[in-house]
Design a protein around this ligand. Structure first.
Ligand code: KIV
Ligand code: ZN
Length: 515
């Protein structure tokens, strides 16, 4: 722990995070999350609170045995039984840490523990000394530190360092503090605890007032070297400081934090967030910073325009840096021409200014009715307004032989620009066989992105309407529709309709398509 700029990330998703109402994890899920936390390269994993249940103790042991890289930590009250069970769970760890806590604030001393100050100091020191006989790395937390009288807090900290604690964690247990106040508390600790240089100062903030991240960052500014946090900010009540926000704030604002950094792999952040969300069942709100569905989605026309000119106008982080994928410009009623043109280009369309104007007008009408205009809607608009492809592909004859236990056989005749073409083919199913035969006949390579079928009339002779989304040449995409009482025939018609549009569009641009 020599590099003074390094901020250590202590992840407590599996301990405090699991204390989120409704977020209970089984041993297998805990191990999966711990492995991902190691991939993410957090420095410490608080794997559990072993005395609380045999299941928790077993999960800590399994993580200690199987997860390499981070320090593995277990929580214990300042009670011998807790410490013994936690130490036993940590035995297989290559690099174990024991985390001991006892409450120090007046309200906890009086109403929860019914103990005087000197008794608290005695218990804390006794617990650390006892544990120190068995383990080298001990973290100590004076619970409810932010509501503890500072002089008493200094006294406790001094004594536990003398007893052998190596990391001193300052919890804002009930999320009561504010950034200026918490920063001053950390400053006061450095100024008033004489042996503080022998230990690492850590912080652990809860989010009851929505200030957990801000308080943690204020503490870093005043010398805290470890931040305790959870993935997606899950945890008791309103949760803990969110790991992804701490990491990205330090990364994005190096200017403010004097080049402080973490060892976390930013590109693993979203993957970890999704894993934790799916295993705990705790859905991440859409507007959650860094990892929420909308974190990199822009709706406003002005923002979209600025972004397309220079990303940094409206983006302070790059979504790909946190493993998010691409920035999403949602097309809706606030979007402007520039955003529409950009989307059309991505979909493979190059329209003249006049054509763009025509599509834009219809797009605005559609956007007034629809909350979000999808790529398919844009393609349909262009196909209707601009491209309106002449029919150059036509189905003439189709025969399908499907027998149980045998691959289906298809015999097909089509007309391509009045030229008759015929072939036979096979595939995994009748539709697949027909599509493969058409590809062979036309010499094209396509990808079926979507296939949907719905009944448009009722009764035994109901008509089925098939809609397909087909792409060719990388990102070129077209939607085709076909209607028939025979679903295979409707599927073939839909496919030919999409290919027809693709061919026409490419011909306009002078690009080769197939035959
Ligand atoms: O919030 C808290 O005070 C805790 C301690 C056990 C560190 O979770
Ligand atoms: Zn906590």
């Amino acid at each position: 722990m020599d590099d003074k700029n390094r901020v250590y990330i202590f992840d407590t998703t599996l301990r405090d995070g699991e204390q989120s109402p409704g977020a209970s994890l089984d041993e297998k899920s805990k191990l999966e999350i711990a492995r991902q936390l190691a991939e993410l390269r957090v420095d410490v994993i608080e794997a559990g609170f072993p005395v609380t249940s045999p299941g928790d103790a077993a999960a800590v042991k399994k993580i200690a045995r199987d997860v390499k890289g981070p320090v593995i930590c277990a929580l214990a009250r300042a009670v011998q039984k807790d410490i013994d069970i936690a130490l036993d769970s940590l035995k297989p760890a290559r690099h174990p840490r024991l985390h001991i806590f006892i409450a120090t604030s007046e309200i906890h001393r009086r109403y929860k523990l019914n103990k005087a100050k000197d008794e608290i100091v005695r218990l804390a020191v006794g617990a650390v000394k006892y544990a120190r006989r068995h383990i080298g790395e001990i973290e100590f937390s004076p619970e409810d530190a932010s509501r503890t009288e500072p002089p008493f807090l200094y006294e406790v900290l001094k004594n536990v360092i003398d007893a052998g604690a190596t990391v001193l964690n300052i919890p804002d247990t009930v999320g009561y503090t504010t950034p200026f106040e918490f920063g001053s508390l950390i400053k006061g600790i450095f100024e008033n605890v004489p042996n503080i240089q022998k230990a690492i100062v850590s912080v652990h903030c809860h989010n009851d007032l929505g200030l957990a991240v801000a308080n943690s960052l204020a503490a870093v500014k005043f010398g805290a070297r470890q931040v305790e946090c959870t993935v997606n900010g899950i945890g008791e009540r309103a949760g803990n400081a969110a790991m992804e926000e701490i990491v990205m704030a330090l990364d994005t604002r190096k200017d403010i934090f004097q080049n402080k950094y973490t060892n976390v792999r930013r590109d693993q952040i979203c993957k970890t967030s999704r894993l934790v969300s799916s295993l705990t069942g705790m859905i991440v709100q859409a507007n959650k910073a860094v990892v929420g569905r909308n974190a990199f989605t822009h709706e406003s026309g002005i923002h979209q325009d600025g972004l397309l000119k220079l990303r940094k106008t409206y983006e302070i982080m790059r979504p790909e840096d946190v493993g998010f994928g691409e920035t999403r410009l949602v097309l809706g009623k606030h979007s402007g021409r520039h955003a529409l043109e950009n989307r059309l280009q991505k979909l493979g369309y190059k329209l003249s200014a006049k054509e763009l104007e025509q599509v834009f007008e219809n797009f605005k009408t559609l956007a007034d009715r629809k909350k979000e205009v999808f790529d398919e809607d844009v393609v349909a608009l262009v196909d209707k307004e601009i491209v309106s492809a002449p029919k150059s592909l036509e189905l003439v004859y189709l025969s399908v032989l499907a027998e149980t236990g045998k691959p289906p056989r298809v015999s097909l005749k089509i007309k391509h620009k009045s030229k008759p073409l015929a072939a036979e083919g096979t595939g995994n199913g009748p539709v697949h066989a027909a599509y493969q035969t058409i590809d062979k006949l036309l010499g094209v390579k396509t990808k079926l992105l979507d296939y949907q079928i719905r009944s448009v009339t009722v009764g035994e002779d109901a008509q089925g309407e098939v809609t397909v989304k087909v792409s060719a040449h990388g990102n070129e995409m077209a939607i085709g529709q076909g209607l028939s009482t025979d679903v295979i025939e409707a599927s073939v018609k839909a496919y030919l309709d999409a290919l027809n549009k693709l061919e026409h569009r490419m011909a306009r641009r002078g690009t080769a398509y197939g035959v």
